[in-house]
Write a protein that binds this ligand. Structure first.
Ligand code: SAM
Length: 550
């Protein structure tokens, strides 16, 4: 029974315990049950809470059983009706008995709740709830098959499609459409795909209009067991995450390409695919991939192997990009750099989702919506190759008292700017992309503005890669940077802030574009004054140990 006592307080609002649900569960020493079990129960019960609260209220369980609290009732009813093993408590436990004596009524109410939503089976209901939870919100908005769940939960977002990048090192778009996606119906608009109903027999696919070799599939499509995924013919990568390598547009003749923050390796393998170019890149590995974290670097190595990119990439396992000396060989011949540093991760779909719990009311007069404080997940170190599990981001730590948002953003953006300025020192560098999966201007436009105003940028002639200079798909992309955010930083009236904002690319999450929240900007060096490289290289003295990311 300890499981339910451990889990119940976690469903309540106004907890003064800071941190994400995960950190509260996994870092707590006061729990008697295994943290994994507590976490699973709380997240599952929250997911099902709109339906189960209705069931509890209609069955009048809380009126019959006065000892039960709404949160305990939610957990116990969840396990009674939905868990394979039922309630995890001794069969004679009074609280278990208090719920089990209403089993028939509760079952009947669950069936009625499902039928009211017009759903044919509990499996279909489960599918809907899973789809909703995976960020697939408002999936069926406006369609004739509205479930009723949308209005209860107040969804206002578009679902997040499953994005698939065809790995052109091993396959091509045509081949994938004829094999892995044979039998799928191609739809011309992403919106049509996002309105797809999961129980429909029709399989839909959309070929992206911005990024080459990118496909969108309906939310919750599971490709993890397909041969194409297992053999690295396709890579599950969000659309926005494909922007940096595509915008960087590295060419073999540019010289070496450097990915400064590589793990788990989605963008590195994308760079390799772009550079593959008829096998030339295979002859001379010319992509350097830095990954400071050894655990994450092992994921990178696995992904490189699976994607067939191991011959194109020299992985710098456990090495810090900030410790490279740009003046030394081979760094002195690097032509393009991709910087995708650690960030707040605020743009990641599902990352900042609140735990939405709808507790049943004791009075049966309606449901009590409870929205817990905003929480972020604890850092995870991923060492397996399941791209579903591997985050591109290491979320910021939140277990320190001083870890307030503005402090964290300052620390992150200081590190991000340092990385960018270091990249500006590479003597043969011509193009750089800087990206984050953050929504905050501090990590995005502010970093760009500060970088452009730096002395190294001015000495080396680094400029923003203007919209009209960008590769076609990026030029076409409508969502651009925020002028107000540029103005926040601009002090130099000569800088055209509208042009810089226009050059920056933003993606929002939950829109009908189907992306995660993301930001990318390109830098280009068009003029190089003679002798400047030498001067700057002499000036660069490396960063001290204290220059690491927060
Ligand atoms: C946002 S993730 C990169 C995601 C990756 N670009 C992708 O697309 O799969 C940031 C990564 O940069 C690494 N990192 C942070 N600072 C670094 C540094 N100074 N040198 C090398 N790697 C660094 C982190 O360990 C983390 O794995």
């Amino acid at each position: 029974m300890s499981l339910y006592y451990d889990a119940a307080p976690l469903l309540l609002p106004n907890s003064d315990q800071a941190g994400s649900l995960k950190s509260r569960v996994f870092n707590s020493k006061g729990h008697k049950s295994p943290p994994k079990q507590i976490f699973a129960l709380v997240t599952e019960a929250s997911k099902w809470s709109p339906v189960l609260s209705e069931v509890i209220e209609k069955s009048r369980l809380l009126q019959f059983e006065r000892k039960l609290t709404p949160n305990l009732a939610l957990l116990l009813v969840h396990d009674l009706l939905l868990a394979k093993r039922g309630i995890s408590a001794p069969s004679s436990h009074p609280l278990r008995l208090a719920v089990e004596r209403h089993k028939a009524r509760l079952h009947a109410e669950l069936t009625k709740a499902r039928l009211r939503k017009g759903l044919s089976s509990i499996e279909v209901l489960r599918e809907r709830i899973e789809a909703k939870d995976g960020g697939e919100k408002r999936a069926y908005n406006g369609s004739a098959v509205a479930t009723g769940l949308e209005s209860e939960a107040g969804f206002g977002e578009w679902p997040h499609p499953r994005w698939v990048r065809v790995n052109t090192i091993k396959s091509d778009l045509d081949e994938q459409l004829k094999t892995t996606f044979a039998g799928y119906k191609t739809v011309q608009s992403l919106e049509e795909l996002l309105r797809y109903h999961p129980s429909s027999a029709e399989k839909l696919i959309h070929v992206d209009k911005h990024v080459p070799n990118l496909l969108a599939l309906p939310p919750a499509t599971d490709l993890s067991k397909t041969p194409a995924y297992l053999n690295g013919h396709i890579i599950l990568q969000d659309k926005a995450s494909c922007f940096p390598a595509y915008l960087l547009c590295p060419k073999f003749e540019d010289g070496g390409c450097l990915d400064a923050c590589a793990a788990p390796g989605n963008k590195t393998t994308h760079l390799a695919a772009i550079l593959h170019d008829g096998g030339r890149a295979a002859a001379i590995p010319n992509i350097y991939a830095y990954e400071r974290d050894k655990g994450r670097a092992s994921t990178l190595l696995t992904l490189l192997q699976t994607a067939g990119a191991q011959d194109h990439v020299i992985a710098k396992v456990g090495q810090d990009f900030l410790r490279t000396d740009p003046a030394k060989t081979p760094w002195d011949s690097i032509g393009t750099l991709l910087l995708d540093p650690s960030c707040s991760g605020s743009g990641i779909v599902g990352r900042d989702e609140t735990l939405n719990v709808l507790l049943p009311s004791k009075e049966t007069s309606g449901l009590l919506p409870v929205q817990s404080k905003k929480r972020k997940r604890k850092p995870t170190v991923d060492t397996t190759l399941n791209v579903h599990d591997v985050s591109e981001e290491i979320p910021i730590r939140e277990d320190k008292p001083s870890d307030q948002l503005s402090g964290r953003l300052t620390a992150l953006s200081t590190f991000q700017l340092k990385l960018l300025l270091h990249a500006f020192h590479f003597p043969k560098a011509r193009r750089i992309t800087y990206s984050t999966c953050s929504l905050y201007a501090e990590e995005n436009e502010h970093v760009v503005m500060k970088a452009l105003r730096s002395s190294i940028a001015q000495e080396r002639g680094w400029q923003i890669l203007r919209r009209e200079e960008q590769i076609c798909g990026m030029k076409m992309w409508k969502m651009r940077g925020k002028v107000e955010a540029c103005i926040d930083i601009a002090m130099d009236e000569e800088i055209d802030m509208a042009e810089i904002a226009e050059a920056c690319i933003r993606c929002e999450k939950g829109t009908k574009e189907g992306t995660q929240g993301f930001f990318v900007a390109g830098f280009v060096r068009q003029v190089e004054s003679p002798g400047t490289d030498q001067l700057i290289d002499q000036e660069w003295e490396g960063f001290s140990d204290s220059s690491s990311a927060p």
